[in-house]
Design a protein around this ligand. Structure first.
Ligand code: GLN
Length: 534
């Protein structure tokens, strides 16, 4: 029988609940258990695909084309596993299903209610991910006390009633704030939050305490007493130098032993060697490099989570610390901001704010021979820049930003022109890419065929392809079935490569993405030669 671990959050949001859930997943898989991860989001959007990254951070895309919460990225990176549509759902999706069943007449004669209809639907989604696994870890989004998350918590409580003590475990991740004036760590918010959970009928078995400072034995004893959990089950998670250190921090305090004991699991001995070695490499870099990330959500780092993590992974591959310099492309001093970086990356994006700045950034990278890596919109602006400044097609643009451009080098395919709904209608998920021999991409991947994930509507306009190629733009990767451009490169440049897909989603700390790896190598080479010249 599958066992369940429910992870809830208390006191404030952005506590790193996703990192805690991922770390538990990592520790249990390291013991040979088969683990499924699930994230429930209590908002009414059917998926986060239509949300502004300022609201909800990056939209993570799975192999099967689901637009999901960014925690699924952490699950993939920590567990080295692939998530799918079923691994994330929202209140909107639950209500959508129940309402469409009501319209069909599935509940004929009955009144459709939160309990049991909505909670039944939630529970059936919990069960849908737990086939063929030993444990399902279910992270419930939001903070205990929110109105929205109540049906999810109620469903989690019912699972405990049905499954019994040995089969269902509740982990509450909470904040222990440090009050500077009195130099004290405070447990009261946690007491209240656990009180709130108990009102709903959930007694947490384990409390993970996030804090800036190390918790002393007195504080732990107090949390244990007031929150009714054994002392060994009060686990601290103080700020770590890297998120990848967290599983090891929790393991040292016996978190996995606790879970295994409480759920009466039989497991293998742990295997954390390669993870520990990876964290050590991260902790002791031999070199440093700065990468400019030129986008428009630079005040909110979660908007580029997978990109910044992929850069960290590439750094690990080279024993280098990668500093990401977030550059807002609406700024006026772009050249000055980019002067001393090792490389420039333009990530994906939507909408025209900052678009001219992005095109300018590409020009600076191309002409200044600064290693350049473009992702999705970052490839589209590279094509626009090339068309404008090399082909001299003065107002070349994407029809996303200028519907009447004389030179629409980026455009919608006919099938996208008739799309009306915005939700889940982009080119999404994994597609094959055929790679040209002798290209930078071929060198990186060491393969002539790869699969990468997509999330975009616009494509390079094939009407301009010959013109672009004749002037030196190398098309290094294509989606053969539709003859679409997937990768472009420039010769006579130290490293200039841009892709229509999102390689960042497939990078893992123990298996950095080859394109990120080679981009950072080029950036390190530039940094070394600049230091030499000085
Ligand atoms: N806005 C562009 C498109 O829809 C790029 C999307 C992206 O960068 N993810 O094609």
């Amino acid at each position: 029988m599958t066992k369940y671990i429910f992870v809830t959050g208390g006191v404030v949001s952005s506590l790193g609940k996703g990192i805690s859930a991922s770390s538990i997943g990592k520790l249990l898989t390291a013991r040979g258990l088969r683990v499924a991860m699930l994230k429930c989001d209590p908002y009414i959007n059917v998926d986060p695909g239509t949300m502004n990254p300022f609201q909800h951070g990056e939209v993570f895309v799975t192999e099967d084309g689901a637009e999901t919460d960014l925690d699924l990225g952490h699950y993939e990176r920590f567990l080295n596993a692939e998530m799918r549509q079923v691994n994330n759902f929202t209140a909107g999706k639950v209500y959508e299903t129940v309402i469409s069943r009501e319209r069909k007449g599935d509940f004929l004669g009955g009144t459709v209610q939160v309990i049991p209809h909505i909670t039944d639907e939630i529970k059936s989604r919990f069960r849908a991910v737990s086939k063929d696994v030993d444990i399902a870890i279910v992270e419930i989004g939001g903070t205990v006390g929110d109105i929205e998350s109540l049906p999810f918590l109620e469903a989690a409580r019912q699972m405990g009633l049905e499954g019994g003590r040995d089969n269902v475990l509740y982990v509450h991740v909470t904040l222990i704030p440090f009050i500077k004036a009195s130099e004290e760590l405070k447990t009261k918010p946690t007491q209240h939050s656990v009180g709130k959970l108990r009102e709903i009928g959930i007694n947490p078995d384990i409390i993970i305490c996030r804090s800036e400072k190390v918790l002393n034995a007195d504080i732990k004893a107090k949390i244990s007493l007031f929150c009714n959990v054994p002392k060994e089950s009060v686990i601290e998670a103080h700020d770590a130098f890297s998120i990848y250190e967290v599983p090891l921090m929790l393991h040292k305090q016996g978190l996995d032993d606790q879970i295994i004991m409480l759920l009466r699991l039989r497991t293998h001995s742990k295997d954390l060697e390669s993870w520990t070695a990876m964290v050590e490499r991260l902790r002791q870099p031999k070199r440093e490099v700065s990468i400019a990330l030129a986008g428009k959500y630079t005040d909110y780092k979660d908007a580029y989570k997978s990109v910044s993590e992929a850069l960290v992974h590439a750094g690990i591959a080279h024993s280098a610390r990668v500093h990401v310099r977030y550059v807002e492309t609406t700024d006026h001093d772009l050249e000055a901001q980019l002067a001393d970086v090792g490389g420039i990356l333009v990530p994906g994006g939507f909408g025209d704010r900052g678009i001219e700045g992005k095109i300018e950034v590409v020009r600076l990278a191309r002409e200044g021979r600064i290693p350049y890596f473009g992702l999705c919109l970052g490839m589209q602006v590279a094509v626009i820049e090339f068309a404008r400044n090399v082909l001299k097609l003065a107002d070349a643009h994407s029809t996303e930003f200028d519907a009447h451009s004389r030179y629409p080098v980026i455009d919608l395919l006919p099938e996208q022109k008739t799309v009306k709904d915005k939700g889940a209608t982009m080119r999404l998920g994994t597609y094959e890419c055929a790679i040209k021999k002798g290209s930078l991409a071929h060198k990186a991947y060491g393969s002539a065929a790869v699969k990468e994930r997509h999330r975009h509507r616009y494509e390079v306009n094939n009407k301009f392809r010959k013109l672009l190629e004749d002037s030196g733009l190398c098309v290094a990767g294509t989606y053969a079935a539709k003859n679409l451009v997937e990768i472009i490169e420039l010769r006579d440049h130290p490293w200039f490569l841009a892709v229509q897909f999102h390689p960042e989603f497939k990078s893992r700390p123990e298996a950095p993405h080859p394109l990120f790896r080679d981009f950072v190598a080029a950036a390190l080479a530039r940094t070394a030669s600049q230091a030499h010249a000085r």
